[in-house]
Design a protein around this ligand. Structure first.
Ligand code: BMA
Length: 320
């Protein structure tokens, strides 16, 4: 009998045995929690831009670097991005960054949630060295979050995924907007919806890391939320988007591929959360590395083989 899709999907991602990679007690200054980091390969090193929650409950973004992407993390003494005077839309903090290398700009674009009295909105910034940043401002008004930019233009446009909340229907789905210049944006277009009823991704969905370009399409790793009597459960699932029209879902897998099961995913400020925001693929390697927040308290890593993942999606994913 061929293995069922559950048997395969449970083994697709392998947790790094040294998890969690980064915990609050590793920080050079006093914090409450560290989580939800964007990831980038810069020269030969891995850079994580970590969401750090201070002991007021407000978040800022701080860089951690490692030469192998697994160990010996060196954490900056100062945040790279934090709220400041005149930034009312960020006055309650900045959260959940996703990093995209954009060769055309010779820079990384940081898409992050800017949280202020208007609610969470989506802002962009750029950096060339992860030591200084240039803010482009808020590009999607509240309530919107879970933003990530594609690494190249499609049909002449930059593509920004995001997650507006439609209060009328209480829906929270993945949408995208297009731009020629990263400042003016098209009207949002729907991409993928939360599934109804009892599904693991029925309450809300949102993009994880920026989708990775592959021969089969843009690889989308997303988080899905299920509301339970004990609270929300955050898990991660897979889909493939059309290379020429990323608003088109080619395949979507039924089952989640990473869900909270380890102690560091089940115990923390928000138990039962895996929240991936960072994905790297070392040059010349088939391995992909998924960096995720665990229980809104630490950062963990799971690895997978890209060919295995694509083969799985192509075989078990369903057309939308
Ligand atoms: C989401 C975001 C994430 C967080 C998750 C679980 O809405 O705010 O930052 O990790 O909830 O609490």
């Amino acid at each position: 009998m061929p293995p069922s899709s559950s048997a395969i999907s449970n083994g697709l991602f392998r947790r790094y045995p040294g998890n969690p990679l980064l915990s609050p007690n590793r920080w050079p200054y006093m914090i409450n929690a560290v989580m939800n980091a964007g990831a980038a390969l810069v020269d030969d090193a891995t850079v994580l831009l970590c969401r750090v929650e201070d002991r007021r409950g407000l978040s800022h973004l701080t860089v951690a670097r490692s030469s192998d992407g697994f160990s010996n993390w060196v954490v900056d003494e100062e945040p790279l991005l934090e709220s400041g005077p005149g930034l009312l839309h960020e006055s309650w903090g900045v959260e959940d960054p996703r990093l995209t290398r954009v060769d055309e700009l010779d820079a990384w674009v940081i898409a992050y949630t800017s949280f202020g009295p208007g609610g969470p909105g989506l802002s962009l910034a750029t950096t060339r060295d992860f030591r200084t940043v240039e803010r482009l401002g808020m590009v999607r008004a509240p309530e919107d979050k879970n933003g990530a930019l594609l690494s190249r233009r499609v049909g002449g446009d930059y593509i920004l995924f995001h997650r507006p909340v439609t209060h009328l229907t209480a829906r929270a789905d993945i949408w995208l907007s297009r731009s020629k210049d990263l400042h003016s944006w098209s009207a949002p277009e729907p991409v993928m919806s939360a599934r109804p009823g009892g599904w693991w991704d029925s309450a809300r969905i949102g993009i994880g890391p920026p989708p990775m370009e592959t021969s089969e399409g843009w690889l989308l790793i997303y988080h899905g939320v299920r509301q339970t009597v004990a609270g929300a459960l955050y898990r991660a699932g897979l889909a493939l988007l059309d290379l020429d029209d990323p608003s088109r879902v080619l395949k979507r897998c039924a089952e989640w591929v990473l869900g909270p099961s380890e102690p560091y995913e089940l115990v923390g400020d928000v138990p039962g959360v895996v929240f991936p925001c960072g994905l790297t693929r070392p040059p010349g390697s088939d391995e992909i590395r998924l960096y995720y927040g665990a229980a809104d308290t630490t950062i963990a890593l799971a690895t997978a083989s890209l060919p295995e993942l694509l083969a799985f999606i192509l075989e078990h994913g369903e057309a939308e």
